[in-house]
Design a protein around this ligand. Structure first.
Ligand SMILES: Nc1ncnc2c1ncn2[C@@H]1O[C@H](COP(=O)(O)OP(=O)(O)OP(=O)(O)O)[C@@H](O)[C@H]1O
Length: 255
């Protein structure tokens, strides 16, 4: 049974190494139910690795992921039924059309065919993919692929959405539509955790944020707590460092 008082996602002591490289190092994070949670961090910080372990795509070396109180690695089917996952870099069945792919995902989650058809039509319309419904996903642009993957994540009406870089390559109108969908989803009791490099977007869209670097959480809390008196972007740079203030190499200067 899922525990109604449990956080939507509770990560405890997650750890993963690839050879000598420690990608995620004893990472713990609590995502409250009903929150819109941003996960930010520099390239290679361990965000994708963390989200992959949290959602059952990658087995951790150590640690636990509880989804609404259900231990994901002990009861994967039950936990995964609660999650809508848009992961970075995982291959889709791209020899299906967009419509077939979302339908297939809905059927995999045990929905009735008629219900799936209705939801697929709604999602294709919401994401402005109606014209491309009959096109093979392999022929989609990067942004269209992102949107069809998001439709797949939404079709079974999960309680928790885990979205790795959902806005990457997406045009501004579609991005605004996606933001509206996600905001409405949170207002109606859902929980979203989203990784992004766009600080301004996270500051405007999310109510909570965690800054990850070197595989661990540097700071986490409400967006206002984390940013204090500065912008999230300034706070991020302050926490993570790495600004060089260099003009670039000599050979790159035109004058
Ligand atoms: N399958 C893998 N094999 C080897 N190393 C990996 C693998 N996956 C990730 N890594 C390494 O683990 C570290 C964390 O990578 P990860 O993709 O989780 O970072 P990220 O925060 O999502 O980065 P980005 O913002 O650039 O997408 C990096 O140093 C990366 O090179």
């Amino acid at each position: 049974m899922s525990d109604p008082s449990a956080p939507a996602l509770q990560l405890t002591g997650l750890r993963k190494h690839f050879g000598d490289k420690i990608a995620v190092n004893d990472l713990s994070l609590t995502v409250p139910t009903g929150s819109f949670y941003g996960l930010v961090g520099p390239n290679g910080a361990g965000k994708t690795t963390t989200l992959s372990m949290a959602t059952g795509l990658l087995r951790p070396d150590a640690g636990q992921s509880l989804v609404h109180g259900i231990d994901l690695w002990r009861e994967p089917l039950k936990a995964k039924a609660q999650i809508g996952n848009l992961s970075d870099g995982v291959k889709l069945f791209d020899r299906l059309t967009g419509e077939q792919l979302v339908t297939y995902n809905g059927l995999l989650f045990g929905l009735e065919r008629a219900e799936v058809a209705e939801r697929v039509a709604d999602l294709l319309k919401l994401l402005d993919l109606e014209q491309a419904a009959g096109t093979l996903v392999v022929d989609y642009s990067a942004g269209m692929t992102k949107k069809i993957a998001l439709a797949c994540a939404l079709v079974h009406a999960p309680r928790l959405l885990v979205l790795d870089e959902p806005f990457e390559s997406v045009d501004p109108v579609s991005a605004a539509n996606i933001r509206d969908i996600l905001t409405g989803y949170v207002q109606n009791g859902g929980t979203v955790i989203v990784s992004s490099h766009v600080m301004d977007l996270v500051q405007r869209m999310c109510d909570h944020v965690a800054v990850v670097a070197h595989g661990t959480v540097l700071v986490a809390g409400t967006v206002d707590e984390v940013r204090g008196d500065s912008t999230l972007e300034d706070r991020f740079v302050e926490l993570v460092g790495g600004r060089t203030h260099a003009e670039g190499p000599e050979w790159l200067r035109r004058s």
